[in-house]
Design a protein around this ligand. Structure first.
Ligand code: SF4
Ligand code: SF4
Length: 427
């Protein structure tokens, strides 16, 4: 988006307020709320612990054709295998019997396209048998994009699948981590996947998933670059400091990331007013969830579950194969009519979370956002962790401010942000 285009239409919002929201969001948030803080109830998430999943992240394969050096999946202890058709049939039966009319199926891996024949079988089975049961499934594939061929691009578009491609911005930033086993970068092949999908149809839904890493925090530059390349929606994640791996985010890098978010806020607001709130789906979701705010960042085991190549169910793709996380059952044997019961530990009274004004919205964090996992609290309390939580609270406060600003001055724009999630999905 050009600077000229981006600045169009911000006239109704005071520059001073925007600057205040960008740089001192919590202060402005509390001023707006006249000192009233969100009600704290540390048991907030527990009330959600009994429900049926509606989003099924299905690992078609544990294998990947790339060997990205930052991949959290490399740490899981699961055996590397492809899903077979017998398991896929059991998974389809399970999904079809879980209560709910609009299941979202996200094909995932490893790299799901290394075993696409099983993905195609699941898609065809769920569409055909789902429609007989009054279900209307929605399909995504989360891929590195490098295995997309012209034929596959045409098939994905014809099958009305949303393709989420993992891409971290410029070639240099992407190739720093996202490489083939021989060390070669994958950026060119990833963009090639996008081009093939666009060639198959200009209406192809191709979204970008970006992992921000130390040194790659220029969110505005990344968003401009990816929109110009032809991506539809953008989702930003933060590289997780995995357990057992050397910490990659020193405090100085987290501070730079906080500045990246601060600078990006103005760009986001202008983009949203110009009709492009999808340049940050995570922030858009926080705005859309106002005025109550999100009911926790983690929906794992509640709205979303992860199903492995052998049909085992885990609460979260990140916890898949984790030695200390038991499976919730297997699709072949679990009762689909029984709600899943994923317990979420309440924060201890002397913890940061128990004292945090944002607990009801955050629910104890998420590793992809602020390095704390709501299901596996680490108990670690460091200067760096506090910075991550400051970053998260700033995002919550900016979202609450943005909701109020848009409601007052640009109600249509707020509506369009809410429309992004009108199917009940979360970013
Ligand atoms: S922002 Fe940090 S301290 Fe606050 S609830 Fe979330 S994880 Fe806990
Ligand atoms: S909070 Fe933990 S379980 Fe939930 S999505 Fe994040 S990493 Fe996964």
């Amino acid at each position: 988006m050009s600077k000229t285009g981006a600045s169009k239409g911000v006239g109704k919002l005071s520059e001073a307020v925007i600057g205040f929201a960008a740089t001192r969001p919590e202060e402005l948030f509390f001023q707006i709320r006249k000192g009233e803080r969100p009600r704290q109830k540390a048991h907030a998430c527990d009330s959600r612990s009994q429900s049926w999943p509606q989003c099924f992240v299905v690992r078609l394969s544990d294998r990947c054709n790339l060997a990205c050096t930052y991949c959290f999946d490399a740490a899981n202890s699961a055996r590397r295998q492809d899903m077979d058709l017998t398991t896929a049939r059991q998974i389809a039966d399970y999904i079809l019997r879980v209560p709910g009319s609009k299941p979202v199926i996200s094909f995932f891996g490893g790299e799901p396209l290394v075993n696409w024949k099983t993905g195609r079988f699941l898609l065809e089975t769920l569409r055909r048998e789902g429609s007989a049961k009054g279900k209307d499934p929605y399909f995504n594939v989360i891929t590195n994009g490098t295995l997309i061929t012209p034929e596959l691009a045409r098939e994905l578009v014809a099958d009305d699948i949303t393709v989420q491609i993992s891409i971290d911005g410029s070639r240099q930033d992407h190739d720093r981590y996202r490489r083939y086993p021989n060390g070669a970068g994958s950026h060119q092949a990833t963009l090639g996947g996008l081009e093939l999908l666009r060639a198959a149809s200009p209406k192809a839904r191709v979204d970008a998933q970006v992992v921000l890493t130390p040194g790659n925090v220029n969110m505005t530059g990344i968003a401009e670059n990816l929109k110009a390349a032809g991506f539809r929606r953008i989702k930003f994640l933060h590289l997780s400091d995995s357990e057992g791996r050397k910490r990659v985010w020193p405090a100085s890098a987290v501070r730079r990331l906080m500045q990246g978010h601060e600078k990006f806020y103005r760009y986001y607001l202008q983009s949203a007013i110009n009709g492009h709130p999808e340049v940050d789906m995570g922030f858009a979701y926080l705005v859309a969830s106002q005025p109550e705010g999100p009911k926790g960042l983690c929906t794992c085991g509640l709205y979303e579950i992860c199903i492995g190549a052998r049909g085992d169910i885990y609460p979260c793709p990140r916890l898949y194969g984790h030695p200390s996380v038991p499976t919730l059952g297997n699709c072949a044997t679990i009762d689909p009519a029984a709600p899943l019961n994923v317990s979420r530990p309440a924060p201890s009274p002397d913890s940061e979370c128990a004292r945090c004004w944002a607990y009801d919205w955050c629910g104890g964090g998420c590793s992809f956002q602020c390095q704390k996992c709501a299901l596996m609290p680490s108990g670690r309390s460091t200067v760096t962790q506090r910075l991550w939580c400051d970053l998260m609270r700033a995002r919550f406060a900016r979202a609450a401010i943005t909701y109020r600003l848009l409601r007052q001055s640009y109600p249509k724009c707020l509506e369009s942000i809410q429309m992004l999630f009108s199917d009940g999905s979360v970013a």
